[in-house]
Design a protein around this ligand. Sequence first.
Ligand code: PLP
Length: 496
Amino acid sequence: MSTPLYLAPRLEPRLASLLDEAGFLHELLHALGSPLNVVLPDGIADNVERFKEVYDRHRLAGNIYFAHKANRSSALVRRLAATRAHIDIASLGELQHAMGCGFAPDRIMATGPKNPEFLWLCARSGVTVNVDSADELAQLAALVEKHRLPQARVLLRLSDFDSTGVTVLSRRSRFGTPATAATGLLDLLDKHRESLDLVGVAYHLDTIGPAEKATAFEGCIRVLNECAARGFRPRAVDIGGGFGVDYLAEGAQWEAYTSELTSAVLGRRTPLTWQGHGYGLRNDAGTVRGALGLYPAHRPVSGPRYFDELLAAQGQSLGRPLATLLLENLYDLHVEPGRALVDQCGVALARVLEVRDTPSGETFVRLEMNASDVSLEEHGVLMDPVLVRRPGNGGGSGNDVGTAVGTGGPVGVYLIGNLCLEADFITRRMVYLPERPQAGDLLAFANTAGYFMDFSADHALHQPVARKVAAYQDGADWRWCLDENYWPNHCTGEDC
Ligand SMILES: *Cc1c(COP(=O)(O)O)cnc(C)c1O
């Protein structure tokens, strides 16, 4: 076999410790079936603290709103409710869930476009509404006035920031009101001063580039100035989410992998993907064309560190670091991290059903899960699963049916799912494992709490959707309960 190209996941101590507990994990799978999602609620509390440290370092005030959509878990949201964090919800169901997990309305903000029922419950319960459009703002005012509800707190979500005179282009967004149309929103607010309280302006950009975010930030400061000139008293800038996660342990592996992928696309080495899939790259008569459509899985500046660097960055037009602009104006800063707040907070487990060699020399590992149960591929994140041997497996005996191959040494395999569908590959790339797996082993997809474990899962072919459990440490021991049975007061490991 050619040199293995590993993409080892970044594992912090808590997650690494869980993955070391082979007996515990196998027992869980035995009881609850495959696939199985495990969340680590204590991790979300650690991540909140890391974001708080950045606020403290820059002497800023404001709220951390966890973007609930990253994971449906109750345990994570209940554990979060026990911290100082707030929550960002984007549907009626998420709002009900957050309230049921312990978030009072003053710690909840509703983002995204809203239907009438959702908007009603927001207004009735008094959660902050991050308004997506002028229409929505008018609807909210009408609701408050018609039903004599308390004044609604609103933020204005803006997009398409005008960057005339600067080199940074702001990408178009389907959400929010174009910043150039902000005046229209202020006219509406003016008409409804009794029913609406403008508390701030917001953006959320699904991008990695800090320059683009700084442009949006400066755009928000300009709109806040306009608000002040018109007698409004908004106090906050909400810079949304998109702080990112560093998924890989070693940058060198990422570099090696992407450069070998390029060689493979050019036909200069053995294929690294099923049927020569190029992840956006293609061979145009010996030259690579296209762009790699992958998440930058090795991303050392991510999460709280990305936040820190963004605050120290200077926008192109106002000439001062973003943190300084906030301090000068005494504005609060709100953030809405999703993925970054559940970094290291979960793992998706699947049982190996079969390991099979094809006549053309490939090795298939068939898993008791499918591509929608761990949607790493859909999100463009390339990261290896961790092989968790069934106690007693391994040792070169090669006990899987139909093969006499031993287990020693690295192997490149294709991970296939449990749907009768040619396209059901967990990932289209060949995955290198340190040893050949055997039926009954587990593959653990680490760090999948943010979007990968339950966002896309469904019941295709009546296959089961993964159950979810919360795991936590009680002294040196790992314990677990069903996700829906987790409550912080009896599952923090102290007073169980
Ligand atoms: C999805 C979303 C987020 C979270 O984005 P991440 O990339 O997970 O941090 C925050 N705010 C809004 C409005 C969103 O739609």
